[in-house]
Design a protein around this ligand. Structure first.
Ligand SMILES: Cc1cc2nc3c(=O)[nH]c(=O)nc-3n(C[C@H](O)[C@H](O)[C@H](O)COP(=O)(O)OP(=O)(O)OC[C@H]3O[C@@H](n4cnc5c(N)ncnc54)[C@H](O)[C@@H]3O)c2cc1C
Length: 506
């Protein structure tokens, strides 16, 4: 299978070590070529900026993260002129979600494109010649369906292949200089302004300093340099995902993301990432994985796997090739250090249950380009002013994706009487269909950036849970249901309010 532009960029040739210039002041240094780094580097280069991008591992990574992109992420890729990064990697279209709760099932199509509003493409130096649309001849993505269907589309893929395409798009730009090396220090001057980075280059060139007007820290989930913004800028972890690859799996709904929920188990995610491979991620309610993963899988996951998935699941379980990741969470801080911009997972993380990480990172890149892309980076004070505002501008979309993912996880992973009532209410709310389905799926997709509406819908779910409880208890149980209604409302507020407050006020 051919990867996009593979012949144009040969990873790890000598240019990854020799081209970087210690005597030159770059307009920008980008630390990290994961999902977000190459997008920033490519767009800035197209704006005429000289960019050094430093990555410690240019080989195609093999990771279990960032494999399902929500429609909001696809839209951001279009706005960046980079949507063709999903071409020629055997990506799978995603048309919506199937949510299962204690064996019952609701299928939710992504919303109509017309409801998302028009795309806000970046300027013509970046978006041109149809690079806001996928390529017409792709083995697995149907152009007509992807471009012309009136509903939004997401996409799932093997993460490393997608990353290779993003990196190659960035490396194609003459203004981009790639460097293979480990950034070991973010350099500051005497007044605390960032002036560049120190890089450990592994081919005998040793430790070198590179200078730039601005340094973008995009070093991802385990970021070492987010603390350059504040020493207490730390992540918290309360759960982890154990993943497996299922081969030739039969999914309950073709081309859907699947969320398997239940009163007596933690959430399970399933989505197909290539014609052969399906990813399953099983949440474990602790930052460390279970001591005996096989045993835990057998007792706490296997019984809840839908029948059609069991053959591939059982086979993978028998092979025991497990991989795990901690699910970290961190609320964004303001970029308030001259010469520095922390972005991507380094800046902000949420629970991966909603599959929103890449969407937030890519939407941040679009916004950033709009705010600072045309500025002269040597005017560091003006750039800093814009970065201070960036913190507030991004809140409307990031808060919805972040809070939804964390609130949903808290709701469906924990186990107490009132949470269970809320879970049942939430699922029954989805079963009502129409607006009760469309709004939640628009929040999840990253196409409805309205924290106010999210709050309204969340408490509508809480009220519906209370109503269902009254209905269930009947006239005889009315006094009990009356008192329980306060407990349900209190539980809902406890699950939701601290997160939305932190997002909006922080
Ligand atoms: C279990 C799990 C599942 C997920 N699933 C999804 C999903 O389905 N959909 C979704 O949208 N999001 C998902 N995410 C989130 C998503 O993976 C991230 O939001 C996304 O990868 C962030 O991109 P990034 O560029 O900020 O960081 P990364 O993609 O992590 O890239 C960081 C890069 O920096 C490099 N680097 C780090 N330190 C240095 C250094 N010192 N010097 C040089 N280079 C360095 C790394 O090698 C890496 O290439 C998931 C996350 C987890 C934990």
């Amino acid at each position: 299978m051919s990867h996009f532009l593979k012949e144009e960029a040969e990873p790890l040739d000598s240019k990854f070590y020799t081209a970087a210039d210690e005597d030159f002041t770059y307009d920008a240094i980008v630390v990290g070529a994961g999902v977000v780094g190459p997008c920033i580097a490519k767009c800035l280069a197209q704006k005429g900026k000289k960019v050094l991008i430093v990555e410690r591992e240019w080989q195609e990574p093999d990771r279990i993260v960032g494999e399902l992109m929500q429609p909001g992420g696809v839209r951001a890729l279009r706005e960046l002129g980079m949507v063709q990064a999903i071409n020629n990697i055997n990506a799978q279209p995603i048309t919506g979600y199937t949510v299962m709760y204690n064996g019952e099932k609701v299928t939710i199509d992504y919303s109509h494109k017309a409801k998302s509003g028009p795309l806000d493409l970046l300027s013509e130096d970046i978006v041109h010649d149809g690079n806001d649309k996928i390529l017409p001849n792709d083995d697995t993505l149907n152009y007509d369906d992807f471009e012309n269907n009136d509903r939004e589309r997401g996409v799932a893929f093997v993460h490393g292949r997608f990353l290779t395409n993003l990196r190659n798009m960035c490396l194609k730009e003459p203004n981009v200089t790639p460097l293979a090396g480990n950034v070991i220090e973010v350099m500051k001057n005497k007044v605390g302004e960032v002036i560049g980075v120190r890089v450990d280059i592994p081919n005998g060139r040793g430790k070198c300093i590179f200078k730039a007007h601005i340094t973008f820290v995009v070093d991802g989930v385990f970021s070492k340099y987010r603390r350059e913004l504040a020493s207490d800028f730390k992540t918290s972890t309360s759960s982890s995902f154990v993943g497996m690859s299922l081969f030739n799996a039969e999914l309950p709904t073709k081309y859907n993301g699947h969320v398997i929920l239940g009163t007596d188990h933690s959430p399970i995610l399933v989505y197909q990432i290539s014609p052969e491979e399906t990813r399953i991620l099983c949440a474990f309610n602790d930052k460390k994985t279970p001591p005996n993963i096989t045993k835990w899988m057998q007792s706490s996951v296997q019984p809840h796997i839908p029948k059609c998935l069991r053959p591939s699941f059982d086979k993978a379980l028998a092979e025991g090739k497990f991989r795990s990741m901690p699910n970290q969470f961190v609320t964004a801080r303001q970029n308030n250090v001259t010469g520095l911009c922390v972005i991507g997972d380094a800046l902000n993380m949420r629970h991966p249950l909603g599959g929103g990480g890449m969407t937030v990172g890519l939407k941040d890149t679009v916004l950033l380009m709009k705010m600072i892309g045309n500025l002269d980076f040597s005017d560091r004070e003006t750039v800093l002013d814009e970065l201070l505002d960036f913190h507030y501008e991004r809140k409307k979309y990031d808060s919805v994706i972040n809070v939804l993912s964390i609130a949903l996880y808290s709701l469906f992973a924990a186990d107490n009487e009132y949470l269970r009532m809320l879970q049942q209410g939430c699922f029954a709310y989805f079963q009502r269909g129409d607006d009760c389905l469309e709004k939640p799926v628009m929040f999840l997709s990253g196409v409805l950036p309205s924290p106010f509406l999210l709050t309204k819908v969340f408490f509508a779910v809480a009220l519906y849970s209370i109503y269902l409880n009254y209905e269930k208890k009947g006239a005889v149980g009315f006094p009990v249901a009356f008192f329980q209604s306060f407990a349900i409302l209190y539980t809902a507020a406890k699950v939701f309010t601290p997160y939305i407050y932190n997002e909006m006020i922080g």
